[in-house]
Design a binder for this molecule. Structure first.
Ligand code: HEM
Ligand code: CU
Length: 569
């Protein structure tokens, strides 16, 4: 059986043979700058998203290093308190809005069509628009550094009334708000595209419940984006109106409601936590299955758990607002704790996938194991913070900083690294070097825990977040030094990764179509895939067609099973 249509067949036949046979064929190479700027190929756009987001990640990391150096000792080290506010604001904002959210959509762009056997995204040009909104929106935020008064300094949450013009007059804040509107619109278009692609572009045989978990999770993530991002985008427009048109929406003197901003913000902000978690849950699910040589354990349970997490996540925003007195503590606390249940289900599924499997531990698997350990830690401290009695004590302390870094760095960023090592061969045709991968993993893991584990203690001892300084007699100095040393190790960990990418692009081992014994459709095509993605698709009879193809006896057994099922109905 082949799903190749005729014009596609002609196109394949007329493709000239690769002139450099020792180099893997490329869908990006040889198209020049104009080719990049005008491309609507989902793979090219996906890679541009990912590379751009990683560059923002470097900027965010550099800013974090400045923060940590400032906190190395009491007194001023490198930045004055005002500049410190700008640095932590831009760190958090770059990381959330310009790195971890867009990078997930970069992966989705690259992978979802491949995983569901499609030639393209549903709306290729909308896709390009989304990328350009992201890039120029991001540059708008960062442009604050070029203005006389510097970039935004009101935190990544931009709370009113601090964010009103009278308290934050610098133009950098307006740039920040414009940036949120632009990048938010870009994310919304990307989400629309993913949803339409998954619903309308699946290959024949690829039923919803045969989709790889990553594609499932991107679908659910995209629905969450449609719920959450318009609220943030609209709220940012309202804040711009307050600042520039005297609108008084969030201004108490004018009859407005400052607290309303927090409701809007966290109505976006909590689903956002899952927008930057679910895609990465998808990555670890795939990596665990492949490197355990096992099917995903409890596939349907995993999908249902994703639904449950996503639905609960839109109803818990008030747990960020316990201390305002404007959020019903019992309701928000109870619902937040409930999220631990489907999350626990996922953990059982992940362990079940590994159970009894033939485990291999190349770098993607190492980062996935790292993810499992660190994300549990972030989840547990999340439960702690969901208990109002404890949150009143820990709110706005370093305990919170430790908590969300375990979730977003130990969780999402570790899973992203796993995904980079896992799919790099697919996108480039070359393997990353295992030895350097291990160096990168060890440095990141050690550096991460050195930086953030001690912050739980600092927070419990009462060190507030978002402060540029502390006193020698506070007793915070030693643990802050430990934390700063850890951050420097983490900063250094970028070098083995960068070197690995650089050398592997040039002289990495040639990967072949399916270097890991993959299970899902992206491994059924060449590395990198041709512009039209597939010359021919394998039959799709389960959620792991490539595995089925590799194990023909099982495939036959399944085919017989499927026939019997069909006969029975
Ligand atoms: C590269 C390693 C990182 C280090 C050393 C680091 C360090 C820090 C520090 C010291 C703060 C200031 C805490 C405060 O004063 O409240 C901070 C805040 C923050 N970080 Fe990170 N961070 C890192 C990576 C990340 C990542 C990967 C993300 C998200 C994907 C992230 C998201 C945030 C956010 C949202 C804030 C809050 C900013 C605010 O209070 O407005 N960080 N980080
Ligand atoms: Cu939350």
């Amino acid at each position: 059986m082949t799903t190749l249509d005729d014009d596609l067949r002609d196109e394949v036949a007329s493709t000239p043979p690769d002139d450099e046979p020792d180099r893997p064929p490329s869908s990006v190479r040889g198209r020049g700058l104009l080719g990049l700027l005008t491309s609507t190929d989902h793979k090219v756009i996906g890679l541009m998203y990912i590379v751009t987001a990683l560059l923002f990640f470097l900027l965010g990391g550099a800013l974090a290093t400045v923060v940590r150096i400032e906190l190395y000792s009491p007194g001023t080290q490198v930045v004055e308190p005002g500049a410190y506010n700008q640095v932590f604001t831009m760190h958090g904002s770059v990381m959330i809005y310009l790195f971890i959210t867009p990078v997930a959509f970069g992966l989705a762009n690259y992978l979802v069509p491949l995983q569901i056997g499609a030639k393209e995204m549903a709306f290729p040009r909308l896709n390009a628009l989304g990328y350009w909104l992201f890039l120029f929106g991001g540059l708008t935020m960062v442009a604050g550094f070029l203005t006389a008064d510097g970039p935004a300094a009101f935190g990544w949450t931009a709370y009113a009334p601090l964010s009103e013009a009278i308290r934050s007059p610098a133009i950098g804040h307006d740039l920040w708000l414009f940036s949120i509107v632009l990048t938010g619109t870009g994310t919304i278009t990307a989400a629309v595209n993913v949803i339409a692609t998954v619903l309308a572009m699946r290959a024949s045989g690829m039923s919803m419940f045969r989709m790889p978990i990553f594609s499932w999770n991107m679908l659910v993530t995209s629905v969450l984006v449609l719920i959450a991002f318009p609220v943030l985008t609209a709220a940012s427009v309202m804040m711009l109106a307050d600042r520039n048109l005297d609108a008084q929406i969030f201004n108490a003197e004018g009859g407005g409601q400052p607290i309303l901003w927090q409701h809007f913000f966290w109505f976006f902000g909590h689903p956002e936590v899952y927008i930057v978690a679910l895609p990465f849950f998808g990555i670890v699910t795939e990596v665990l299955a492949v490197f355990s040589s096992r099917p995903v354990f409890g596939y349907r349970g995993l999908v249902l758990a994703t639904f449950a997490i996503a639905s609960l996540s839109v109803g818990v925003w008030g747990h960020h607002m316990f201390t305002t007195g404007d959020a019903a503590t019992g309701y928000f606390s109870g619902l937040s704790l409930l999220i631990a249940v489907p999350t626990g289900v996922k953990f059982f599924n992940w362990i079940g996938t590994m159970w009894g499997g033939r485990l291999r531990f190349p770098t993607p698997m190492l980062f996935t194991i790292g993810f499992l350990l660190l994300f549990v830690m972030g989840g547990v401290t999340g439960v702690v913070l969901a208990l109002p009695a404890l949150d009143f004590q820990l709110h706005d302390s370093y305990f919170v900083v430790a908590h969300f870094h375990y979730v977003m760095f130990g969780g999402s960023a570790f899973a992203l690294y796993a995904g980079i090592y896992y799919w790099f061969p697919k996108a480039t045709g070359r393997m990353l070097h295992e030895g350097w991968g291990r160096v990168h993993f060890v440095m990141t893991f050690v550096g991460f825990n050195t930086t953030f584990l001690v912050q739980h203690v600092l927070g419990a001892q009462g060190m507030p977040r978002r402060v540029a300084d502390y006193l020698p007699e506070d007793g915070f100095t030693f643990l802050n030094r430990v934390s700063t040393v850890g951050a420097l190790i983490m900063a250094a960990s970028v070098f083995p990764l960068a070197w690995n990418v650089w050398r592997s692009l040039r002289r990495g081992e040639v990967a072949g179509d399916d270097p890991w014994e993959g299970q899902t459709l992206e491994w059924a095509t060449t590395s990198p895939p041709p512009p039209h993605n597939f010359d021919a698709l394998p039959p799709i009879r389960s959620n792991r067609p490539v595995w089925d193809q590799r194990h023909p006896t099982r495939k036959r057994a399944r085919a017989v099973e499927a026939q019997a099922e069909e006969a029975a109905t």
